[in-house]
Design a protein around this ligand. Structure first.
Ligand code: G3H
Ligand code: 13P
Ligand code: ZN
Length: 316
């Protein structure tokens, strides 16, 4: 059942985080739904601009609708990840999405506020909620690359003004993470003091953590042992920090890279071990199983596992 993102936020805020998982194809979709059913977790499916262009946005919509029929117990929202203004309007007008993200964080504060406000007005008129970004994460987002020296943490005082003037429903805040596999050099923690200050500044507004993949060393090593050449110093967010962050208002946790690592490791290992094979279905099957296990594991770490009944009751 597709629900509003706002409903999921209301139930989860301050208690647990909802995993927001990017999908691009059928195999990911099957693994995602199965993993969320197995772990009894509500979730958010997110589609990036790149994902909408990869095959055809209608292909993804139909895939999600079909998964909804195959897994009638699933409770989830559908979200546009890192939208520009034009893509936000396309999603708002489609009638399919629960929420959109407008990402104008690379603009000046005034321009970011103006663009976000326009999107909020259009989205609210149709009952969708809006996530907006303030501050700048490092790493690569779609076609925009932000180097570390230009990345900046969200200023809690600016967050108050931003939320008040835009009316956005959730705030994607820069709290020490970055997109992709190369987040940190060595072990690094989330900036909990910044999260705390943001929560105090905008109590009740869900905080969204982008760049939340944990980049497990075992996945990186598995990929490299099967012919990959990832930098073995790649590090991500410590999964044990998801729940403490959730208790401070981090309600949506975006995970994409970790799923790509699972895909790459499974396919590289399969074709390394079966060099005579060219049928993509056997590794595809392995991937769906492994992806379902991966999602169930993430939901446990986020605290969303086991919450499906609570969500179902709250929505009655
Ligand atoms: O933050 C970006 C997400 O990981 C989506 O990546 O734009 O390559 O689909 P993508
Ligand atoms: P990762 O690259 O850490 O998976 O982050 C994904 C993300 O933030 C999508 O919006
Ligand atoms: Zn992101």
């Amino acid at each position: 059942m597709i629900v509003t993102t706002a409903d999921l936020y209301k139930i989860a805020y301050g208690k647990f985080a909802i995993g927001a998982y990017n999908i691009n194809n059928i195999e990911q979709t099957m693994g995602l739904f199965r993993g969320c059913i197995d772990s009894e977790g509500p979730f958010i499916i997110q589609l990036s601009k790149g994902a909408r262009k990869y095959t055809d946005k209608r292909m993804l919509e139909a895939t999600i609708r079909t998964a909804e029929e195959i897994f009638p117990e699933a409770i989830f929202a559908v979200h546009l990840d890192h939208g520009d203004e034009e893509t936000c309007y396309d999603c708002i007008d489609s009638g399919f999405y629960s929420s959109v993200m407008i990402d104008a964080s690379h603009e000046s504060l005034e321009e970011n506020i103006a663009i976000t406000k326009r999107v909020v007005d259009r989205a609210h008129a149709k009952g969708l909620s809006v996530e907006a970004e303030l501050g700048m994460l490092g790493g690569v987002e779609e076609d925009i690359q932000v180097d570390e020296k230009h990345a900046c943490l969200t200023d809690p005082k600016e967050a108050v003004e931003f939320v008040r003037r835009t009316g956005c429903d959730a705030l994607a805040a820069a709290i020490g993470t970055s997109h992709g596999a190369y987040k940190f050099k060595g072990q690094q923690s989330l900036h909990f003091h910044v999260i705390e200050d943001i929560q105090k500044a905008i109590p009740g507004t869900p905080i969204v953590m982008h760049g939340s993949s944990s980049v497990p060393i075992a996945e990186v090593e598995g990929i490299n042992a099967a012919g990959g050449k990832l930098d073995p110093s790649a590090r991500g967010v410590n999964e044990e920090e998801y729940l403490p962050a959730a208790r401070l208002g981090v309600t949506k946790v975006n995970i994409d890279t970790d799923g790509r690592l699972v895909w790459t490791r499974v396919h590289r290992e399969y074709f390394r071990d079966h060099p005579e094979q060219f049928d993509f279905r056997p590794p595809g099957k392995i991937f769906m199983d492994e992806y379902a296990k991966f999602i169930a594991h993430k939901n446990k770490k986020l605290g969303s596992a086991g919450q499906l009944a609570v969500v179902r009751d709250a929505l009655k």
